[in-house]
Design a protein around this ligand. Structure first.
Ligand code: GLP
Length: 259
């Protein structure tokens, strides 16, 4: 895992966006996996800036989102479809037909999940997957205890996640109890992963992900088994890392490192 400790949220967002943009520059029809939450907002703002100011082209890009709340229609204020339209898709020249977010109102989830996996495969697989991390160490909505081999499935959100996400809803009881998420196994098949985490609330989960044992108690720790994952952190999120100085040392010497 490459760990990049950044001086600020802005710096983190800029470097993570560059990692995603590099993939799109090399492969204009790239498939991007996307995450919601407040962490990647700066990354998405930077991609919009690159499109507007530098002509970054998304016209051939396809996207697949990690997850969606079960029970929310795509036009619901708090749906992840709405989040993506508002915070990324409306700001770039992507064809909305090429964007995929799990359906919050699927009638048959077993079938929906199978078909979502098939669509990802038919698109050629995910070239770069954007990720955040929950305070309980989840990626997507893969809660502690979930299988590290899971594919797209429905989950029952735990109380911590419901509490964490209540800030976006009027009241805690409005947060849906169920979600549909790509599995950890799905995420691990992405060719590259770019994870962003900021703030001291994430420090424990970040340390468990990078330096803890690989365990379903922190589903993000499965990324230790992925061979091209870059984690971009601000100082607060990095503060519990035992090897922080070594990660800084690696980045300092990176320009001279053998290719
Ligand atoms: C949600 C999403 C995750 C996201 C996490 C962290 O639960 N399902 O994909 O990574 O929240 O969110 P935030 O970035 O707002 O802290």
């Amino acid at each position: 895992m490459e760990v990049v400790i950044c001086s600020s949220y802005e710096d983190m967002s800029r470097l993570a966006a560059k990692a995603v943009a590099d993939v799109v520059r090399r492969k204009p029809n790239a498939v991007i996996g996307l995450a919601t939450g407040s962490s990647p907002l700066g990354l998405y703002a930077e991609l919009i800036r690159m499109h507007k100011e530098e002509g970054m082209d998304f016209s051939r890009v396809k996207t697949f989102n990690l997850d969606e709340y079960v029970g929310l229609a795509g036009d619901h204020e708090q749906s992840y479809r709405r989040f993506m339209n508002k915070n990324l898709f409306e700001g770039i020249n992507i064809d909305i037909a090429n964007t995929h977010v799990p359906d919050g109102l699927a009638r048959d989830y077993a079938r929906f999940c199978r078909e979502y996996e098939e669509k990802i495969k038919a698109a050629g697989g995910v070239d770069v997957q954007v990720l955040g991390i929950g305070t309980d160490g989840h990626v997507g909505f893969n809660e502690p205890g979930d299988s590290l081999a899971s594919r797209t499935h429905t989950v029952t959100l735990n109380e911590q996640t419901i509490k964490d996400n209540a800030r976006f809803f009027e009241k805690e009881s409005d947060v849906p109890l169920f979600a549909c998420t790509m599995g950890v196994g799905t995420v691990l098949e992405a060719r590259k992963c770019v994870l962003v985490a900021n703030g001291k609330k994430k420090a424990k989960a970040v340390a468990a992900m990078i330096e803890g044992p690989i365990s379903s108690m922190c589903t993000a720790s499965a990324l230790q088994m992925h061979n091209d994952t870059s984690v971009f952190l601000d100082e607060d999120a990095a503060r519990d890392l035992k090897l922080a100085d070594y990660y800084r040392w690696i980045q300092k010497h990176k320009p001279k490192a053998p290719k």
